[in-house]
Design a protein around this ligand. Structure first.
Ligand SMILES: [Zn+2]
Length: 311
């Protein structure tokens, strides 16, 4: 039973509660769906909507086992031209290092880390793959992390691994699509995917948060003099070559939003960092109500939806 609702169109908050997910129903009214024991989750996917209980159980079991399998056994991704490459010893230790330090980082933002094995992080041949433009991807419906491996750049590959591992550890639910008849993502961090409209909302904020968290993780945990030096070199190298860093535009706009929220709500927040933490916690726990309230107070009615639609 929904305990409260939030009108997506009006940005009207009718009731408040916590410990679950706000989801839009067919009338675009947000309903609160309680998800029990999020903090004890064993699977990164907390719930599958629109699924019969047996179906949900089977899919969750599949997800747990699937992502460690090699690319050749991935039914959903098998049609692409992706080619898996073996990780070097150096790359293996880098992934283990990131994984071992990530739990503490996730918990800092009230997240519930799920055990991740290095076998779930797949390195792909970036030279042979021409269709995909992104540096890496995370497919929630198969729990597959793919990294386009950049030759001779451990620093760049580290950045890509952290980014995708953060997506993996963020709040997520799936839904059985009425149109496609199979499981598709429903929530990923702050992102909302609507099966009805086929659109996604808050994608740009979701990527901006992931990038900012990636940098924070690097600064906090990968801070040996050599690691700092390598990062500096990589950034300079990108700049020289005119390469735009991942999601630079998204990060810039999101930082402007954080600044604006802070300026208009100084009675509540001590800094923009303080505002960012609210977003990062929503990214980990799935709770959107607090953010909806902040948007409404800062930008007025209907702003939650409008900001959600920014591309
Ligand atoms: Zn991303």
């Amino acid at each position: 039973m929904p305990k409260g609702e939030l009108n997506f169109e009006e940005g009207k908050i009718i009731d408040t509660t916590s410990g679950g997910e706000w989801v839009a129903n067919k009338d675009r009214v947000f309903e609160f769906i309680k998800i029990e024991d999020l903090e004890k989750r064993e699977n990164v996917c907390s719930k599958i909507f629109n699924a019969a209980p047996y179906q949900e159980e089977n899919i969750l079991k599949f997800l747990k086992e699937n992502s460690e399998k090699p690319l050749s056994e991935q039914w959903l991704l098998g049609k692409t031209e992706l080619i898996e490459v073996e990780k070097s010893q150096e790359e293996l230790s880098m992934i283990e290092d990131v994984i071992s330090k990530m739990d503490e980082f996730i918990k800092k933002y009230k997240g519930s880390p799920v055990h991740l094995k290095q076998e779930q992080v797949h390195f792909l041949d970036s030279e042979k793959e021409t269709k995909r433009k992104e540096a890496g991807f995370y497919a929630p419906q198969v729990q597959f992390i793919g990294i386009m491996r950049e030759k001779n750049s451990l620093s760049e590959n580290t950045h890509r691994v952290i980014h995708e591992v953060l997506h993996f550890q963020s709040f997520q639910t799936l839904q059985i699509s009425d149109k496609k008849g199979r499981a598709i993502p429903r929530r990923l961090g702050l992102e909302i995917i609507s099966d009805k409209t086929g659109k996604d909302y808050f994608t740009f904020i979701n990527e901006a948060i992931t990038e900012i968290l990636t940098e924070k993780f690097e600064e906090a945990f990968l801070n040996s003099p050599i690691q700092i030096q390598k990062r500096k070199e990589r950034r300079q190298n990108d700049k020289d070559k005119g390469i735009v860093m991942g999601y630079e535009g998204e990060v810039r706009i999101f930082k402007e939003i954080l600044e604006e929220i802070y300026n208009r709500n100084q009675d509540r927040f001590l800094s923009t960092e303080d505002v960012f933490n609210v977003f990062a916690e929503s990214y980990m726990t799935g709770e959107l109500l607090e953010i909806a309230r902040i948007f409404k107070k800062t930008y007025g009615k209907k702003s939650f939806r409008k900001i959600g639609e920014i591309k």
